[in-house]
Design a protein around this ligand. Structure first.
Ligand SMILES: *Cc1c(COP(=O)(O)O)cnc(C)c1O
Length: 407
């Protein structure tokens, strides 16, 4: 900038005082004394790795979401890999997913030698559009892998109907959606398999960790075997019992994707606080929504009536026609105000690996690409104070006012 007056209205990026003096991150785990005590308790016990606390944590998460089984993994990505295995994805199979996600959602299909096929998103929720799924179903399609973007459940009725009609497995990536509800039932109880992530930025953390919930005992058994080298632990299935007590059988190629008791102790303590943390996230989203309602430059995620969002992140889209600049300047201006904005996500098909391997290019998924060009993630975590949220809104309003067209 050439000559800018430095006063109360000058953006920090142009030399003005920032809206706040300390940096507000977009997310922050909440770890309390109860969490520390829970981990110490496991450290004083006989089991550190996969033992009784993992089983307790699996049962607690399954009960919370209303599923029959929970199978813990060492990460959400490992859980996705397990689900892709249990779904039977193999060479030449296809799975339909969204481009607006973290690459791990599509990568798990590649791990199985199968091919991720992208469908475009709905512009209101930014979730995978069921009509796009339907158009892409072929004789090779084996699974649908929708993502509950930001914590807004996907259109499960439509997706499960398509799956039933075409004999497909639904693997719901609910890494954003622990505690979210679809038609008054928790996410995690309705798809064939639902995966959760317990990375520190998510709703609940085990350090690193993940889980698959399912109501299908066969899938649960495959998942348990896969995370433990493909070893079947169900003793009634062992053929060589007469061999002796040391005997076990590896029946499939699995991995070491086990979660630890240490992480599970933390997870159990975190689960106790999940309801109050969700309440706080919903309060913050309500505040943002009210504040941005009167701003035509800011488009918030549409909340469908059948959905109750768990708000892992708070994405906004800029109405670029009303602004004199693009997302990059506004993003940088907000960072200069000490607001830790982010962008979720670079569409998966635009990553160099996907472009080079599958020949994807810009223009293939216009809604996802147009969304990405205007997308900014605002801070959202339960430890945020009312003042923190007010600072975010003030910074957005100040920045938008500066770049408003015709002002
Ligand atoms: C976080 C995340 C994952 C991966 O989870 P990790 O636990 O980090 O492996 C997968 N999908 C989505 C949508 C995520 O946000």
């Amino acid at each position: 900038m050439s000559k800018t007056q430095v006063d109360g209205d000058t953006l920090a990026i142009h030399g003005g005082a920032p809206v706040r003096s300390t940096y507000l991150p977009y997310g922050r785990p909440s770890v309390g004394e109860e969490d520390i005590e829970a981990v110490v308790k496991v450290l004083r016990s006989d089991w550190l790795t996969t033992g009784p606390t993992v089983r307790e944590f699996e049962a607690a998460v399954a009960a919370y979401v209303g599923a029959e089984h929970g199978v813990a993994f060492s990460s959400g990505t490992a859980a996705l890999h397990g689900a892709a295995f249990a779904a039977g994805l193999g060479l030449d199979d296809e799975a339909i997913t969204t481009p607006l996600t973290f690459a791990a959602t599509a990568n798990c299909v590649l791990y199985m030698g199968a091919r991720p096929v992208f469908g475009d998103i709905s512009p209101d929720t930014m979730n995978l559009d069921p009509t796009q799924i339907e158009e892409r179903i072929t004789s090779r399609t084996k699974a649908i892998l929708p993502v509950d973007y930001a914590g807004h459940p996907v259109d499960l009725d439509a997706i499960l109907r398509l799956a039933e009609k075409n004999n497909l497995v639904v693997i719901e990536d609910a890494a954003h959606a622990l505690g979210a509800e679809y038609r008054e039932r928790k996410v995690g109880s309705q798809s064939h398999m639902t995966i959760f992530s317990f990375h520190p930025v998510k709703h609940l953390t085990t350090g690193e960790g993940g889980m698959v919930t399912t109501n299908n005992p066969d899938l649960a058994r495959k998942l348990r075997s896969f995370r433990n080298h493909g070893i079947d632990l169900e003793s009634e299935e062992r053929q060589g019992q007469e061999e002796g007590d040391w005997y076990y059988e590896m029946r499939a190629l699995g991995y070491n994707y086990r979660l630890t008791d240490i992480g599970s102790g933390l997870g159990l303590a975190q689960l106790d606080r999940l309801p109050e943390n969700l309440t706080r996230r919903r309060e913050l989203a309500g505040f943002y929504g009210t504040e941005f309602k009167s701003m035509p430059e800011i488009i918030t995620q549409t909340q469908r009536p059948e959905a109750l969002n768990s708000w892992h992140i708070y994405p906004i889209r800029l109405e670029l026609d009303l602004l004199t600049t693009g997302r990059k300047d506004i993003f940088q201006a907000l960072r200069a105000e000490n607001i830790g904005v982010n962008v979720h996500y670079i569409p998966v098909h635009l990553h160099p690996y996907y472009q080079q391997r599958f020949g994807h290019r810009r223009g293939e998924y216009p809604v996802a690409e147009n969304t990405y060009d205007r997308l900014i993630t605002l801070p959202m975590f339960p430890g945020m104070s009312d003042q923190d949220a007010a600072d975010v809104v003030r910074a957005v309003k100040r920045t938008v006012a500066h770049y408003r067209r015709g002002s």
